[in-house]
Structures are given as structure tokens and as C-alpha cells.
Design a protein around this ligand. Structure first.
Ligand code: PLP
Length: 334
């Protein structure tokens, strides 16, 4: 395959840059899922990454790619979620000033977490669009560099390092399940894995509620979809109508993108906790949820990427309890 976007060589370069800066997370076999599906199932425990998600890989690589003058002026982003956390932390390690813009509707605890990780916080307006306008202004007027969450070659290459580790640790992987939102993770992981082992099937998994990538693939071009709340909040948001990289990479490299209901996502979180003893957020649970729902034809060795663990613990407790309610007598906490 000829690829003009992010190549295996880009990802191998990112890996050298990330050496010693990100955790090389383990891939462990799930006895419960292997038994249930009748094939070996491995879990890539990327939720144990520093800052609680794989986003640290892309953010660290993007910062490593900047010129000295750009590092001097600093970076900016509008993400309040895992990308914001990762960028704040990675910039702190490199001594680069990071500004994270967010609207006044973002909950106080989220704001404080990102501040604690070392970023300067700007609270602007009452919507994500207002926050993005401030980002554009800081780029224009103060010369900060915007680090986008997914549609960027350095971000994709950084996320792709996770794919290199999968091939090393589970060399006979036949099917890899990867959560999809903007598609940075899926693009990088597919470029790495297909570059090394072209026969591997990559299945993207997202949620029914607002699956912009699935809708865009169906339309043959990037389209916007209405957003609604989901347990998989890290999978929310569009892919950008001016998408340059991830739409085409997912289209060409990912074999299928399937969607899950809210209860299937909850079942994935609950299984991870009760059977695997892992706390993961909704976005990270879609791979397990897809297997439990019988939505993936499990042939050969399966690898499931658990992408993050930044979930409100009260919400997590409630979901795990409610999902197992039929087996217990006491009511769940509110
Ligand atoms: C960002 C994120 C995703 C989706 O990654 P994309 O590159 O936007 O597709 C999945 N899981 C978690 C935990 C995330 O933070």
C-alpha cells in the first residue's frame, strides 16, 4: 500500500522520541473473555498510561516535533478531556508553557485537574466554540502553536506507537479492536499494525450517540452529527468538516467501524471491573462491550485496546452496581 499520510517510519521515529517519556503498557490475556469467545483475547492496558489515557503519546510526540522558537512561545488547545490533560502534563515535563481554553460550563473538578497538571487555564464564554475562538486568537496574536487532538501527523504517529507495542507483544494478533472518535488512535494503530502485519483486521468501535466517523464513512466525506451525552464521553465531538488526515486513513486502513448502545458500553465497563479488576472509562470499554454483545466475528487472536480510565468514580460505582443488579439484593448507591 502506498501511503502519503503517516507511515510506519514516522511511527518508529515517534517511538524513539517517546522513549522514557511514556509508559510501555502491558498486553495481558483475559481468561474470562478467552473462555467466553473460544479464542485468545488480550487486553492492551493503555488506561494505565500516565495521565490515564493514550493521549500522552500523541501530545509528547507533537511537542517533540516543535522548533525551538515554537517551544519558547508555548502551545494551546481547547480540550477539557484527556487531550487537555495529556498536553498539560507533557508540556510541563518539557518546560513548555501550555494554555488550555475552556468554557465556563466545564465542571470545576475538571478545570482543577488540568490546572494541577501544570497548564494555564483560560475560561472563555459558554461553549466549546467560544473556547476554540480564544485558541485561534492566541495562535494569531501571541504566536502560540495549537496542538489538535487527532487530525495532525505528529499526534497520529505518537498514538501509533501503541500499535508497534501490540505487534511486539502479541505477534499473532489477527483482530485488533480500537475505540474511535476523531480517529487519531485508529489511524496511528492501523498504520503501525498493517505496516508490519498486513493481514491483521482492525475494527473501530464507537457509540450510537453521535458517531461522526461512522456517519462520515457512510457519506463518503466528513460530516457533522448531532451530539448527545454518552457514557463514552471521550468519544464525543466531530471529526472536523475540513478533516485532512484521519478520515482518509480510517477509510483506507480500518476494516470496519461498529457502534454500541449505552447498555453495551456499560456492560464493557462492568466486565472490566468485575472480571478483569480494571477501572476504565466508557470510551475504553467499547472493545470489550463489542465482544460481549457478539458484534465482532472473533477469529484467531484478538487484542482489545483499553484506552483510558478518566471516569468519575461515583458514576463508575453506579454503573458497575446497576449492571450487576440482578445478582444482588441491596440497592445501588445513587
Ligand atoms: C480520545 C480518546 C479516544 C478516541 O481517540 P480518537 O483519536 O479521537 O479516535 C478513545 N478513548 C479515550 C479514552 C480517549 O481519550
Amino acid at each position: 500500500m502506498t501511503y502519503n499520510f503517516v507511515t510506519l517510519a514516522d511511527i518508529e521515529q515517534a517511538r524513539r522520541r517517546l522513549e522514557g517519556k511514556v509508559v510501555r503498557t502491558p498486553a495481558v490475556q483475559s481468561v474470562a473473555l478467552s473462555e467466553r469467545l473460544g479464542v485468545p483475547v488480550f487486553l492492551k492496558l493503555e488506561h494505565r498510561q500516565t495521565t490515564g489515557s493514550f493521549k500522552l503519546r500523541g501530545a509528547t510526540n507533537a511537542l517533540g516535533n516543535l522548533k525551538a522558537a515554537e517551544k519558547q512561545r508555548g502551545v494551546v488547545a481547547a480540550s477539557t478531556g484527556n487531550h487537555g490533560r495529556a498536553l498539560a502534563y507533557a508540556a510541563g515535563l518539557e518546560g513548555i508553557h501550555a494554555v488550555i481554553c475552556m468554557s465556563s460550563l466545564v465542571p470545576h473538578n475538571k478545570v482543577e485537574e488540568i490546572r494541577r497538571l501544570g497548564a494555564e487555564i483560560r475560561i472563555i464564554g459558554r461553549s466549546q466554540d467560544d473556547a476554540q475562538e480564544e485558541v485561534d486568537r492566541l495562535v494569531r496574536d501571541s504566536g502560540l502553536t495549537m496542538v489538535p487532538p487527532f487530525d495532525n501527523a505528529a499526534i497520529i504517529a505518537g498514538q501509533g506507537t501503541l500499535g508497534l507495542e501490540i505487534v511486539e507483544d502479541v505477534p499473532d494478533a489477527d483482530t485488533v479492536l480500537v475505540p474511535v472518535s476523531g480517529g487519531g488512535l485508529a489511524s496511528g494503530v492501523s498504520a503501525a499494525i498493517k505496516g508490519l502485519r498486513a493481514s491483521t483486521t482492525i475494527i473501530g468501535v464507537s457509540m450510537n450517540r453521535g458517531a461522526a466517523m461512522r456517519a462520515s464513512l457512510d457519506a463518503g466525506k466528513p460530516v457533522a452529527v448531532p451530539e448527545s451525552e454518552s457514557l463514552a464521553d471521550s468519544l464525543g465531538g466531530g471529526i472536523g468538516l475540513d478533516n485532512r488526515l484521519t478520515f482518509a486513513m480510517v477509510r483506507d486502513l480500518v476494516d470496519d467501524v461498529i457502534l454500541l448502545s449505552e447498555s453495551e458500553i456499560a456492560a464493557g465497563m462492568s466486565h472490566a471491573y468485575a472480571q478483569e479488576r480494571e477501572v476504565i472509562e466508557g470510551a475504553a470499554a467499547v472493545g470489550i462491550g463489542a465482544l460481549l454483545a457478539g458484534k465482532v466475528q472473533a477469529k484467531g487472536t484478538v487484542v482489545v485496546i483499553l484506552s483510558g480510565r478518566n471516569v468519575d468514580m461515583d458514576q463508575h460505582r453506579h454503573i458497575v452496581c446497576a449492571t450487576n443488579q440482578s445478582e444482588r439484593t441491596a440497592p445501588c448507591p445513587a
